[in-house]
Design a binder for this molecule. Structure first.
Ligand code: TA6
Length: 348
């Protein structure tokens, strides 16, 4: 909530000013809606502090949420931006991706001062503290504060602050990810696309430009989750997709771009305090094995997850860690130059 902490329930006067509104979502779950006067918006469920919608000023949805997503505890919502904490994937004794994504968070009544000025921004502060139940599976006392901010230009910022509040002097260690599901036109690097079918090209047939490419991860080392997390080095070109991918890229640049030619859109992911990035698409077979995911939905999503995995974070009591991601969606087309990855990744 903006520093004046107005009451959460504010009747939005039609786009006269940015607004923060608390309301009921699917299955009556509480959610907060942030709106910007140019029309962009963000929706966050208190269940999991889960961003489930990010729309640009044209009302176009930028995140993928499965049509089969389950909005009912204890299941995590399939899509949007799940928060993986205190454990990424199965890298530890806890359930996959930890428990933060299937806990009820609260509105933070008194957030500590925020490192950056948010006066002109629309935001909400959410808080998760350990419960007795949590202590049985992860015996640590913590405070997790998440600020979700919608910028005037429609950028989505997420700042996590995790504090160790163990009274017994014990440090704790965790891994973390913003498991962001981006909505894309068609992930498949088709040689020839006939209707919805991806075919190999026949002699004389023109090769079709892959719709979706990722820039910024070239030549980096990664751990391949499909090969026992064996370490490999990525090739030097933009990444395109032809099959299931589940890779943890290590020590990446602070900026990564997803170029979606069909939608003439570039997503730019800026991250801070999160050295790694996970790239995931289940493709067709894994998609069929996920009950809360449609068989063909893999074509229209790509997860690029700003993460801290290779070097887990250790905090002593009283210490606080901050991990931030900033997402922006810039309209772009090959000829505008804006899509020139060097300009996107080297631009401000
Ligand atoms: O982030 C990639 C990944 O760890 C994949 O291995 C895949 O399991 C995906 O997350 C989804 O995990 P979930 O627990 O949400 O089904």
């Amino acid at each position: 909530m903006s520093s004046a902490a107005p009451s959460p329930v504010m009747a939005p006067a039609a786009n006269e000013k940015p607004s923060v509104q608390m309301c009921k979502g699917i299955n009556g779950l509480d959610k907060v809606v942030l709106r910007e006067f140019r029309g962009s918006s963000v929706e966050i469920y208190l269940y999991g502090a889960h961003v489930t919608s990010w729309k640009n000023e044209h009302g176009e949805e930028l995140l993928f949420v499965s049509s089969k997503a389950i909005f009912k505890p204890p299941k995590a919502i399939r899509g949007g931006i799940p928060i993986c904490f205190p454990q990424f994937s199965n890298l530890g004794p806890l359930e996959a991706h930890g428990f933060a994504r299937n806990r009820f968070w609260s509105i933070d009544p008194s957030p500590p001062p925020f490192p950056v000025d948010s006066s002109n921004k629309t935001y909400v502060d959410l808080l998760l503290k350990n419960t007795e139940e949590d202590m049985k599976i992860w015996p640590h006392s913590f405070e997790f504060r998440l600020r979700v901010t919608l910028g005037p230009a429609g950028d989505l910022m997420m700042t996590s602050r995790v504090r160790n509040t163990n009274p017994d002097g014990k440090p704790f260690t965790f891994t973390f990810a913003y498991h962001t599901y981006f909505s894309v036109s068609d992930i498949r690097n088709c040689l020839v696309l006939t209707g919805d079918t991806c075919n190999a090209s026949l002699p004389g047939e023109t090769q079709k430009q892959s719709e979706v490419r990722v820039e910024g991860l070239e030549t980096l080392d990664y751990l391949d989750n499909l090969q026992n997390r064996e370490r490999f080095t990525e090739q030097g070109d933009a990444i395109t997709f032809e099959s299931e991918v589940d890779k943890i890229y290590l020590s990446t640049p602070t900026k990564i771009a997803i170029l979606d030619h069909e939608k003439k859109r570039t997503f730019v992911i800026r991250k801070d305090g999160l050295s790694d990035a996970v790239v995931w698409n289940p493709w067709d077979k894994k998609a069929k094995s996920l009950a809360d995911f449609g068989d063909d939905e893999y074509k229209h999503m790509l997860c690029i997850e700003a993460a801290a995995i290779e070097k887990p974070i250790t905090l002593k009591p009283g210490e606080e860690w901050k991990g931030r991601q900033e997402l922006s969606a810039v309209p772009s087309s090959y000829c505008s130059g804006q899509l020139d990855p060097r300009r996107v990744l080297q631009g401000s």
